[in-house]
Design a protein around this ligand. Structure first.
Ligand SMILES: [Zn+2]
Ligand SMILES: [Zn+2]
Length: 416
């Protein structure tokens, strides 16, 4: 078997792995969204394509597979619907930026219609392989993929993005044992803060803003983070103050439609029922006239209603960043004390901000724990920057694993 890395190796973004064996199996086909969009290398002659989860760095290029002969496509139900939502939005953005389109709405529709909907833990016979999806604990519908060769029982595992420590709405990732492990490495050299302490600090800081008659603006990624934040606010009895706006609304509706993929679905249901939905029960000016919390996109302030609100906040307000801010994004510019860009204009954010690491990825020790429990002969470290993947692989070698940190374009031959 040969494994080729078409993207997402020694980098985060445009995840794409092509397995060449009896069949050609593609694992994810994403894009990298920076100032300009970057695509993975061409994947030709794909027989089976597996989509681990909806985030664009895994799903964004998937519809380009749907010209001519379609591969057998595998994903969970929420992954398919959430991907449709995010990819459609990315198509709109690329049209606005007059970028060349690699696919159109038609391909997106075929993708949504043709994909085979998998349940967690149920192996499906795909000819030479049994393919099983397991819970990755990252976002709704996120999956760890197991490819088991019928002929000899050899097992290859692709983690996608995963988290072991349970979140409120997502349970712990399933540990899957196998011979070859392709593992994400985003936080291979860093631990996350204690989640309980983090939530306490977050809530205390939000309450302070409300007490001062300010607005707590919480920019959140539409899929995953927004729902988790709403759940936290609901559990801490702050949902009456909370407004939800932007793509977070549509994403939340999809997530709640598949309660079997959510832990504590009653909490999410309570949060969504009791929050004020902008555009339905409230207008955008309403939260700015009272102590309030606004949960909205974009998570890195690179568009969406968050930018509209940010120019109108009163001086007692505060911005709560809830996730990693990629270099060059407005969120990162703000953290560096620089003006942000709104519709081509520069804007200096006057209200203070705070950063909270509500990551949905495994931290350092959990990554190592996963490898030890999965106990493969070969580990391939991907989905992390060059420094992280290299360090991860080097450390695993010292523990006796055959470990690699490939770069984009590299091929690895393994006995499988
Ligand atoms: Zn993800
Ligand atoms: Zn990712």
């Amino acid at each position: 078997m040969e494994i080729q890395f078409l993207g997402g190796a020694s980098e985060v973004g445009r995840s794409a792995i092509l397995i060449k064996d009896e069949k050609r199996i593609l694992l994810d086909y994403g894009i990298k969204v920076d100032d300009k969009t970057e695509y993975p290398m061409q994947a030709a002659g794909v027989d089976i394509a597996v989509l681990s989860h909806a985030h664009l760095d895994h799903s964004g290029f998937f519809p380009s597979l749907f010209y001519g002969n379609y591969p057998t496509t595998i994903a969970t139900k929420p992954t398919i619907e959430l991907s449709e939502l995010l990819i459609e939005d990315s198509l709109k953005i690329s049209r606005r930026q007059h970028l060349k389109q690699a696919f159109f709405k038609k391909q997106l529709e075929i993708f949504a219609k043709k994909s085979i909907k998998y349940e967690y833990g149920v192996p499906v016979d795909n000819g030479d392989y049994y393919i099983t999806l397991y819970d990755a604990g990252h976002i709704s519908g996120s999956a760890i993929t197991l490819i088991e060769k019928v002929k000899n029982g050899k097992r290859l595992i692709y983690t996608g993005d995963f988290k072991i420590e349970p979140q409120i709405l997502q349970g712990s990732a399933d540990i899957v044992e196998g011979n070859v492990l392709l593992i994400e490495s985003t936080y291979a050299s860093r631990e996350h803060p204690d989640r309980g302490e983090l939530i306490k600090k977050f809530i205390a800081s939000i309450k302070e803003v409300l007490d001062n008659n300010g607005t707590a603006l919480v920019p959140s990624f539409a899929v995953g983070r927004a729902q988790e934040i709403l759940a936290i606010l609901y559990m801490n009895k702050l949902i009456d103050y909370t407004y939800i706006d932007g793509m977070a609304k549509a994403a939340s509706e999809i997530v709640i439609n598949y309660p079997e993929f959510t832990r504590n679905k009653d909490i999410l249901l309570g949060a969504l029922k009791n929050a004020h939905w902008i555009g339905m029960h409230a207008s955008r000016s309403e939260p700015l006239q009272r102590p309030s919390i606004i949960v909205t996109t974009a998570g890195m302030l690179n568009g969406g209603p968050a930018l509209d609100y940010i120019t109108k906040l009163n001086k007692n307000s505060k911005i709560f960043l809830t996730g990693y801010q990629v270099e060059g994004t407005n969120g990162r510019l703000m953290m560096e004390g620089k003006p942000i860009k709104i519709n081509g204009r520069r804007f200096k954010v006057e209200v203070p901000y705070e950063f909270f690491d509500f990551s949905a990825h495994a931290g350092k020790s959990d990554l190592y724990e996963y490898v030890r429990k999965s106990n493969p002969e070969t580990v391939i470290c991907i989905h992390g920057d060059e420094e992280n993947t290299k360090l991860f692989a080097e450390t695993l070698k010292l523990e006796g694993f055959e470990a690699y940190a490939p770069k984009v374009g590299n091929k690895i031959k393994i006995d499988f």
